[in-house]
Design a binder for this molecule. Sequence first.
Ligand code: SF4
Ligand code: MSK
Length: 659
Amino acid sequence: MSEKPTIPVKNPVRAWKAEDRVSDLASIEMLNKAATDCVDTCFERLDTQRNQCAFGKNGLCCRLCYMGPCRITPKAPRGVCGADADTIVARNYLREVASGTAAHSDHGRHLVLLLKKVAGGHGGSYRIADEPALRYAARLYNIEENGRTPEAVALDLANLFISEFARQEDPLATLKLAPVRRQGVWKNREIQPSGIDRMVVESLHRTNIGVDHDYKNLLLHAFRTSLADGWGGSRIASIVSDILFGTPSPVRSRANLGVLGAKTVNILVHGHEPALSEMLAIASRDPELLAEARAANVEGITLAGICCTANEILIRHGIPVAGNFLQQELAIITGAVEMLITDVQCCMPSLPDVALAYHTEVVSTNEIAKTIGSAHVPFDEDHAMESAKALIRRAIANYKRRDPAKVAIPSVSQPLVAGFSVAAIKYMLGGTFRASFRPLNDAIIQGRIKGIVGIVGCNNPKTKTDAYINTLTRELIKREVIILKTGCAAIASAKEGMLTPEAALEAAGPGFREVCEAIGIPPVLHMGSCVDNSRLLEAATEVVLEGGLGDDLSEVPAVGVAPEWMSEKAVAIGCYFVASGVDVILGHPFHTGGSEKVTQFLNQDTRELFGASFHVCTDPAEAAEKIMEIINRKRERLGINRKAKRKLYDMKDRRALNV
Ligand code: SF4
Ligand code: MSK
């Protein structure tokens, strides 16, 4: 990135420089423009929230009943009811996991209900876009698919998924997608979740005043609930998305605010659920709407995304990404966004305030997610295409309100390749007839790839945006580790240019680079949105099933990292990774520091229970060391920790790789 920031700061009222808070030039420019335009962002608001409450930070504040709120101190070691620090910290933690699980799983539920409508012939503009994905999913759940219509199969599958939410006693059927040995761990530890809804309700029940006070019991239920997310709601969401919208395969696009058009109507979609954005992706290419846009004196329609809605339409349609979590306000500050459409999750309530300074219309579309100051235009799923077209027409009409004096689109964007579903990875590794993880497993066994690391999660204004994510990614590919990415962490890499195979290969260690070129896979793989963290577990399961790297997820040299996380969803994700046997590195700690016992349970006792635990590394260099230590330990146990001989591949070798 050679461009220099061009927007002068006329009103520098801050005690910090933009370049100390954000990494990419587009964000630096827009943060400076925000000061010029006298617009507050989350970065200023964090300043006003300095000295954040130490009780909250340590999980020691309880407001679960009206005898409180109670705060635990050395002089007041128990709340009015008698709850001590361990109970209070564990209850707060369980509620975070339940909330994260609820968010992902409600997303999954909406998609399942849509699948049922499609199966019943009432899907309106929706259809089964990927019949092989439907039939594959049916086989996973032992649903007869041979000789049956896709609709009949889809109906059975949708009903089964609905029962996953409603199940009262039996364990989730989706748990069976995990390696058999891991299923045994969950059974032995008695943390097999039953119905997804039931797990979340039970979390709230247990944390109601006067119910569960044993911190261990509370934490075990946190892990149980998280499994209902990763091996329940999230996994179901990914499966159904693939059926309804298509299984992602590698697709080229661009990322960062420079994807906005100077002379086009710019529409941003933001949030998580793909049902509306799928329709917008199709409608934005509609010739009639394009003609209407031209009639309004604009050159076209630019649809782009923020956060995970962006990831959903990127991986299936190649729709460009405007930015990740901390760029949602900055996107409006370009002055060039006609409409910002929100669905659910991660949409800041500040958006309408920021939009007041510009012409942007912020439109909420989901009944459960409204914001004062946003226009609320309910998305009519039964007439989805009409809804999508109406929104685009409204955005076109808003173009005339754009004030050229306020427009400054940073000329910063990077090319990328995304869309690495597990099916796509298998295909890349082995082609249609021999699709298999074998070449990847072999490369890990030979030491040409040292291990697998999933780098996931959000940004957080408490640390410089994207900096930890990108530093760690570079360091790990240099150390010959393959990186799987989702969520805003994936967008961080995209903005840095690391999602093009060429750039990533350039930074990769020599042996790793050669093997990536030989087996035809880039070093950094964008696998989708936050719910698609379930794809990371699916990939790890494929590695186990392929053989040679142990028979449980805890044996695979794999680690999960959430460097800049901020959401309760990340807490749930971390828990289901650890419960699945995958160690998790956190860039900053949970709000659990007020209880040594809870902290020890999460960071140590879990190793005994699940074969993995949490680790906190606030520095990316420290994280890289820790990750390599974990990977090498696992390689040692597998007996594969030999130094790989460097080898240049020719065509003969390539054939011998059996790819
Ligand atoms: Fe205080 Fe106990 Fe009520 Fe919590 S549940 S607010 S600790 S009295
Ligand atoms: S959008 S949960 S900020 S990754 Fe999935 Fe990004 Fe985190 Fe939201």
